[in-house]
Write a protein that binds this ligand. Structure first.
Ligand code: PMP
Length: 361
């Protein structure tokens, strides 16, 4: 066994028991003589997995009966376009977007093809994104308020959500889905590419509140028609069978570990360890994000120079801690510590940070 500590922002580390189960079932899924890579999406073996995965998400998100749980392709990026295509494009309707960096900008740009998005708030100060803005300038005519619950690149996360006066929130939860319990009722649409907290790349989970589904256009191509996707339980065309199967195992793991509440306790503890190491040497490790908005999924910080950052990344890698380089657009260090990253992994990195500062500070 030569597993390293993988701090990648996504595709990200998966729980080891999930990988082991997948390995054990890979060639012959539960005595069917067929791999899940080869099973038909219309067959009994896969159907049971598919339905259980929907039920697990309903349970863990707390949206059974109120929302439809859908699986689609084209990632969260696809939802940047599909939501406004289906919701705004009749009569160029308006929507409020909140700027927390690159992902929210992409969502805004996609919406502008179909409707009239406007910025209702920004977390930017100077050149950096420093907060998840709570004080929003909302347009009464907006159909929805679009938030990115966790800005994966900027390391900015909403802990509590802003008051949006009862408007449905459309939320990109790609990088913090199930990091803690949420009040699903507030959310008109939740979407999340699976490859961070939910499973492997290849499937995007979309959770649509039933009243919001009623607002979605039907005269769009079948593949984009939320009504049809819901009616056909996400099997109008071939769903990403294998990613959904692996996601099923991740969700079962989350449930067995104590669900979102237990994930929250662990994630907050990991955040304390990591930011504790940053703040212990705040002249050496500088986090641009305000304390209340620091992401416990992706912590970002800088060292005094780019050379030191390179050295940090190289020495951490030598000690089996990989993928710590910040996003190419912002540089620095990024530590991704999703649900599946154990606290021991974060502790090892925090210890290394202390030693590295001592040797280089
Ligand atoms: N939104 C956020 C917050 C993300 O972190 C990412 C991927 N890193 C995306 C959207 C894009 O997701 P996908 O690659 O699944 O389209």
């Amino acid at each position: 066994m030569s597993r390293v500590l993988n701090f990648s922002p996504g595709p990200a580390t998966l729980p080891l028991p999930v990988l082991e189960e997948v390995r054990d079932e890979l060639v012959d899924y539960k005595g069917t003589g067929i791999s899940m890579l080869e099973h038909s999406h219309r067959g009994k073996a896969y159907d049971a997995v598919h339905e259980e995965t929907i039920a697990l998400l309903e349970e863990l998100v707390g949206c059974k009966g109120t929302h439809e749980v859908l699986f689609v392709g084209a990632g969260a990026t696809g939802q940047f376009a599909q939501v406004p295509m289906c919701w705004l494009s009749d009569g160029q309707k308006k929507a409020d977007y909140v700027d927390t960096g690159a992902w929210s900008k992409k969502a805004y740009k996609a919406a502008s093809f179909y409707g009239t998005p406007r910025w209702a708030g920004s977390g930017k100060e100077g050149e950096k994104y420093v907060r998840a803005p709570m004080d929003l300038d909302l347009d009464g005519d907006a159909e929805y308020v679009h938030l990115t619950s966790n800005a994966t690149i900027m390391g900015v996360q909403y802990d509590a959500f802003p008051d949006v006066g009862g408007k449905p929130i459309v939320c990109d939860m790609s990088s913090d889905m199930l990091w803690k319990p949420i009040d699903a009722e507030k959310f008109g649409v939740i979407y999340a590419g699976a490859q961070k907290n939910l499973g492997p790349a290849g499937v995007c989970v979309v959770i649509v509140r039933k009243d919001v589904l009623g607002k979605m256009k039907k005269d769009v191509p079948d593949i984009f028609n939320y009504h049809l996707i819901a009616e056909k339980r996400s099997t109008q065309n071939t769903p990403p069978v294998f990613p959904i199967y692996v996601m099923n195992k991740v969700l079962n793991w989350v449930k067995a570990e104590g669900g979102p509440k237990a994930m929250e306790e662990r994630n907050r503890a990991k955040g304390e360890v990591l930011y504790g190491a940053v703040d212990a040497h705040s002249d050496f490790y500088r986090c641009p994000v305000e304390k209340g908005s620091r992401s416990v999924m992706n912590a970002v910080f800088n060292l005094p120079s780019e050379d030191l950052e390179k050295k940090f990344i190289a020495e951490a890698a030598e000690q089996g801690m990989l993928n710590l380089k910040g996003h190419r657009s912002v540089g620095g260090i990024r530590v991704s510590m999703y649900n599946a990253m154990p606290i021991e992994g974060v502790q090892k990195l925090a210890d290394f940070m202390g030693e590295f500062q001592k040797a280089n500070g």
